[in-house]
Design a protein around this ligand. Structure first.
Ligand SMILES: [Zn+2]
Length: 389
């Protein structure tokens, strides 16, 4: 894919084009931003440009991205020609000088005992064998060698330490691009050796359009909902869609609108069951995560959807129709707003945040969920929550 086809990432484009025009490309970059906004596409397109025999300059005015087309600071977009042998190999994901690094590579490690390990983190053995040792060789075919590291924030401390020297003084024509969603998990020593390029969430309308293009049978109101829930990430929207989260969210809302002191225990059990179903889907996608971790992620998703529902009530109490996520449940939202109090709704969102905080710190899952649902039941009946805030 040509570089200019990565949409709505004007910041990243501007910084890279400036560095190219000044001949000051960094050897180590961190592409930081949400999942599914184009970081890996940008990294591959940049690698294509670095390997291309005859890069071309495109006028920004030719870009379909209006922010780029009207950017007065950008005079040209340099990108791979898309035609030479190098570009064609890159676009077929078959260029020997592009090394895609990910935690599951441990299963291809030459040491057979290491291959049996779970790939929960991006470990030191993967970093040493697949980056540090490979970087020492000259490029096989092109002028440069590019390492693109997925989920770099899952590098262990030992892995990051093993990479420091290569980041500091990359051998010859080596470029390393770390893709991250969480800068706080990178060591200061890693951060200081890389240039950080921020990637932004994508506009909802673009996420919706892309989802509709890839899933033409998806009803429009569902595509709208997935786009609003995805926080500007095509990746998140696509995963949510394949997990049928729209239907699950509707069931969850049915439970929330009828929630009371009598049915709260049954609803808590229903949540645990739903989280277990989600857990098996998550583990199909990522077999290395444990069942309890996958269940925890399922519960975190249910809590997020619940918080979104209460946030919708709050939006409507503030007469902000545009901010609604669950627009398709507008009538019920209106009904609930008639007997909802702002302070109780804010407390309900706070209780969701609190439960999320506890679950992320490995609190007892069943207890956390029962506490949350009891509190939400009391709040929905106009009584104060009883757990410690
Ligand atoms: Zn080319």
């Amino acid at each position: 894919m040509p570089l200019a086809d990565v949409r709505y990432q004007t910041n990243a484009h501007r910084q890279v084009q400036r560095a190219l025009s000044q001949g000051r490309m960094a050897h180590a970059y961190i592409f930081h931003g949400p999942d599914g906004v184009g970081k890996e596409m940008f990294a591959c397109a940049l690698a294509q440009l670095l390997l291309c025999d005859e890069p071309v300059d495109m006028s920004p005015a030719e870009s379909s991205d209006v922010d780029i087309a009207t950017d007065v600071d950008m005079h040209a977009i340099r990108q791979g020609c898309g035609k030479c042998q190098e570009c064609v190999s890159v676009s077929h994901s078959a260029h020997p000088d592009i090394h895609l690094i990910y935690r599951q590579l441990i299963r291809e490690h030459p040491d057979t005992t290491l291959r049996k390990r779970k790939a929960l983190e991006l470990g030191v053995d993967v970093v040493r064998h697949f980056i540090v040792e490979q970087a020492a060789f000259t490029p096989l075919r092109g002028q440069v060698k590019v390492f693109i590291v997925r989920e770099a924030d899952r590098m262990t401390i030992a892995a990051q330490n093993a990479l420091l020297k290569t980041l500091e003084e990359p051998p010859g024509a080596t470029h390393i691009i770390l893709l991250t969603t969480d800068l706080t998990r990178l060591l200061p020593t890693t951060l200081s050796r890389c240039q950080v390029l921020p990637f932004d969430p994508l506009p909802d309308a673009f996420v919706r359009r892309t989802l509709s293009e890839t899933q033409p049978n998806l009803p429009q109101d569902q595509a709208d909902w997935y786009a609003r829930m995805a926080g500007g990430s095509i990746g998140t929207a696509a995963k949510a869609c394949s997990d049928h989260q729209y239907d699950m969210n509707n069931q969850l809302i049915d439970q929330l609108v009828t929630l009371n002191a009598q049915n709260s225990s049954r609803i808590a059990l229903a949540w645990i069951d739903e989280a277990k179903k989600l857990s098996s889907r998550f583990r199909q996608r990522d077999p290395d995560i444990s069942e309890s971790e996958a269940t925890r992620r399922g519960l975190l998703l249910l809590i997020k959807l619940t918080a979104t529902w209460y946030s919708d009530i709050l939006h409507l109490l503030a007469e902000d129709e545009a901010g609604l996520t669950n627009k398709h449940r507008h009538n019920e939202l209106l009904q609930i707003c008639r007997h909802s109090q702002i302070d109780h709704t804010i407390d309900a969102i706070h209780r969701c945040n609190l439960a999320e905080f506890h679950l992320q710190r490995n609190a007892n899952t069943q207890l956390s969920i029962e506490t949350l649902i009891n509190d939400l039941a009391r709040l929905s009946e106009g009584k104060p929550a009883i757990s410690v805030a």
